[in-house]
Design a protein around this ligand. Sequence first.
Ligand code: NAD
Length: 243
Amino acid sequence: MGKLQGKVAVITGGTTGIGLATAKLFVEEGAHIFITGRREKELDAAVGEIGRNVTGVQGDVSNMKDIDRLYETIKATGRRLDIVFANAGVAEFASLQQATEAHFDKIFDINVKGTYFTVQKALPLLNDGGSIVLTASISGVKGTPSFGVYGASKAAVRNFVRSWTNDLKDRRIRSNVVSPGPIATPILDDQPQEAINKITATIPMGRLGRDEEVARAVLFLASDDSSFCCGAELCVDGGRAQV
Ligand code: NAD
């Protein structure tokens, strides 16, 4: 029997990278999943690739009406949720000297506000004893040049699960974060090879991570295997922020 047999999960940013790898693994493990993505074409392609037990709902996590529509759609199917994987996020570089208000607002609207309200608005549908997993980043504890706004957004995400652990304890809902190091996903596509080489040189394991390696950590946090983990951060970073 799969680790998520009969469970229902929502995964934001489920069309590519870590979200898509996790979506596939959750379905393999017996879950029915709802995935979101901003663009209909990519969403349809991801739904086709996953192939079964998946429903796609188009939406932008920084848009509150889209989040409401996501949960209205799930509710209309008669299902409730066991797992919320709030994973959608964006990364952009800008130094303190160069960053604009638009850069700051975009990163915080998607990574922080989007994550917060994805979870808050899921609560009426989320079963007691459910599991919330957020995607933070080791950038939340590192001082990467020109990555200050992104790093701060992920530090905020990491902190959410500390207070939610208390806020949700009466409902036995566990909240944890997964913090990837550099992982080979489309988020790195815009980076020049020279920058990737520089990043790789800082990773003790000497390579980038793979999206399925993060997915397995998310499965652990989402499933009963982590039944006594709460408010925790699980780093999947080849040792980059650990040594
Ligand atoms: P990705 O670009 O493949 O995935 C990001 C996903 O989020 C995409 O599906 C994208 O469509 C979605 N998304 C972006 N903005 C959105 C919005 N406004 N509304 C809805 N969906 C939106 O990259 P990824 O690496 O798989 O990123 C997933 C998460 O992992 C992000 O939160 C990212 O910050 C985090 N992360 C990635 C790395 C890495 O090196 N790849 C490292 C640490 C943390």
